[in-house]
Design a protein around this ligand. Structure first.
Ligand code: DGT
Ligand code: CA
Ligand code: CA
Length: 573
């Protein structure tokens, strides 16, 4: 079991306890534990199997340690099962509605007996929600809007969560005697932002062994269907998974077929037909004779194409690029040399300057920027000019203790509602790196929010626009700005654009990142790390960049430090 899975279960415990009205301190303890587990660098399952106690983790007492160990070893916990029986899943689903926390969900459940999102919509429309104490018309309206957003996102989960589970199951399958190959297919392999269900493919001497293994897996709640070659299961998280077990000779054809997308497969099939070939999940056939299927390379070669990276298989321009030999050499995680957005305990980060530098160095970064919040973000204890200068002095002190890594004194500076910046030019001029961002006034009309981005871009001290559209995947729409104008201005002024790698942001998205590339704007992929483990999300930014067709040369933080440093300050004249 991965640490992230255990952390999710503790979050679920906390959510359910909070809905139940448990003591807030107790709820807090579960949430803190979830964070501690998620951030712990060593696999917790190994600590437990080595006979060590989880009490060695900070803030984990005997009770939490015992519960975590039970979950790790058995995949379940009586307390969790009990809570699951008491609180219907539909009540927990309400927590996905923006603005609806456990307290409000509890009131809706207890006062109006609402146990599904459909019932919630009906109650919000009928005025029953507005009539509840502490709710009112405004809240009811916000709930209706939130329901709409959640419906658009469906039951989909973030790639990060889905991929962790998929990787764990694939790794498990590979240990089953008689299983030869196993891999993720579907939208996980294409690295989509959100995932509807998991698709896993295997080849095996004995398909029953693979299916039995899955049926008994700690993450699996229930087998929904089982045939000779296909099994569908529901995981305890609610996510569903399709396992297909095929013959070795069909592995490539099946991997190609089940990786999709549907749109890409339609183009593949059409191309096969044009060449007198038939293609399906078992192979490529000419006059019913198998001509390819063992590997994906063979399958694409049979239709006269080079292998196409899964991230590009969306039925957009990939066939044309493949046909003309112009497929990009997509950027890889290993190309990344720097990280240019991170936080420390000076604002809302969880690790000190020293801990963050050490962690960045352990990950082999050549350079990284500490960019704590500016004062407008009071909730995060944002920095005013005086505190920022003191913070930078501290960074200067601490960085002397490290060699082989460049530490930039940065700032994540808010672009205020009136289009001015949260800190004066005089202060920004002292920074090594300025990330300008929108955090407030995100619902402003297009004209104003565009004006804000343009004026930040015009400021000579701004290095990059961070999470430029401020969207939250599946939860908050992008700002209404005219991004075409914004990107053109950035290209003119030499301001970079961020691909924020956090799985809930991925902002710029693939389409806008591709536009930025076309305009020649250097992109930076940054983690926005708030803890030492926050650096782990870099991969999701790289996946998004790959979906945008970016090569290493399109991304500024693939450059070695001596090249990257030349990009700093060149706008200041
Ligand atoms: P998801 O699960 O909504 O995130 O997206 P996918 O792409 O994983 O979709 P899914 O799980 O329904 O199917 C996995 C792949 O299997 C899909 O990408 C292509 C292939 N596939 C499934 N059904 C069909 C179909 O009816 N026609 C074709 N051509 N391919 C299909
Ligand atoms: Ca799928
Ligand atoms: Ca599926």
């Amino acid at each position: 079991m991965q640490n992230a899975t255990l952390a999710q279960w503790f979050e679920e415990l906390a959510d359910r306890l909070e809905i139940q009205g448990a003591n807030p301190f107790r709820v807090r303890a579960y949430r803190n534990a979830a964070r501690t587990f998620a951030d712990h660098p060593e696999p917790l399952a190994e600590i437990v199997s080595a006979g060590r106690s989880l009490q060695e983790l900070p803030g984990i007492g005997q009770d939490l340690a015992d519960k975590a160990a039970t979950l790790i070893t058995t995949g379940s916990l009586p307390q969790l099962e009990e809570l699951r029986a008491q609180i219907p899943q539909g009540v927990l689903d309400m927590l996905r509605i923006p603005g609806l926390g456990p307290k409000k969900a509890a009131v809706l459940f207890h006062e109006l007996a609402i146990t599904s999102l459909d019932q919630l919509r009906a109650a919000a429309e009928s005025g029953a929600v507005a009539g509840l104490k502490g709710f009112g018309k405004k809240t009811a309206q916000a709930i209706l809007e939130g329901l709409q957003l959640a419906a658009a996102a469906g039951e989909r989960v973030y790639l990060a969560e889905a991929k962790a589970v998929s990787d764990e199951i694939v790794a498990g399958l590979l240990t089953v005697p008689g299983v030869y190959q196993a891999a993720a297919a579907g939208s996980v392999r294409r690295r989509n932002e959100t995932i509807g269900d998991l698709d896993v493919l295997a080849t095996a001497a004995d398909s029953a062994a693979a299916m039995d293994f899955l049926a008994a897996h700690a993450l699996v709640e229930k087998v929904l269907a089982r045939g000779d070659t296909k099994q569908r299961v529901r995981l305890k998280s609610g996510l569903e998974l399709d396992l297909r077990v095929v013959a070795d000779a069909s592995y490539g054809a099946a991997l190609q077929y089940f990786t999709g997308s549907k749109e890409h497969n339609i183009l593949v099939r059409k191309r096969a037909l044009e060449r007198g070939l038939k293609i399906n999940e078992y192979g490529v056939y000419r006059d019913d004779i198998l001509v390819a299927g063992h590997t994906e390379d063979d399958v694409y070669a049979a239709i006269g194409l080079p292998w196409i990276p899964p991230e590009l298989r969306e039925g957009q321009r990939e066939m044309e690029l493949a046909e003309t030999g112009r497929l990009p050499r997509l950027i890889e995680l290993a190309d990344i040399r720097g990280d240019l957005h991170s936080h420390t305990t000076a604002t809302d980060g969880q690790a000190t300057i020293r801990e963050m530098i050490a962690a960045a160095q352990r990950r082999g970064l050549e350079y990284f920027a500490i960019t704590d919040h500016s004062k407008r973000v009071t909730m995060a204890n944002g920095l005013d000019a005086d505190r920022l200068r003191a913070h930078w002095r501290e960074i200067e002190q601490v960085r002397r203790d490290f060699s082989g890594i460049e530490v930039l004194r940065g700032i994540e500076c808010d672009i205020l509602e009136d289009a001015t910046l949260d800190l004066d030019d005089e202060v920004l001029a002292e920074a090594d790196w300025v990330v300008a961002v929108l955090h407030y006034g995100l619902k402003q009309p297009a004209e104003q929010v565009t004006r804000r981005l343009l004026s930040a871009i015009a400021n000579p001290y701004v290095s990059v626009i961070g999470h430029p559209t401020a969207r939250i995947v599946g939860k908050r729409p992008p700002v209404a700005a005219n991004m075409e104008d914004v990107l053109k201005a950035a290209a003119d002024q030499g301001v970079m654009m961020e691909i924020n790698a956090h799985p809930s942001r991925l902002d710029l998205d693939d389409v806008l990142a591709a536009s930025a590339k076309t305009l020649g704007i250097p992109l930076v992929i940054s983690t926005d790390a708030h803890s030492v483990n926050g650096f782990d999300v870099m991969q999701y930014g790289v996946y998004q960049a790959r979906r945008a067709g970016l090569e290493a040369a399109d991304v500024a933080n693939t450059r070695p430090w001596h090249e990257f440093r030349q990009l700093l300050h060149r706008r200041r004249g």
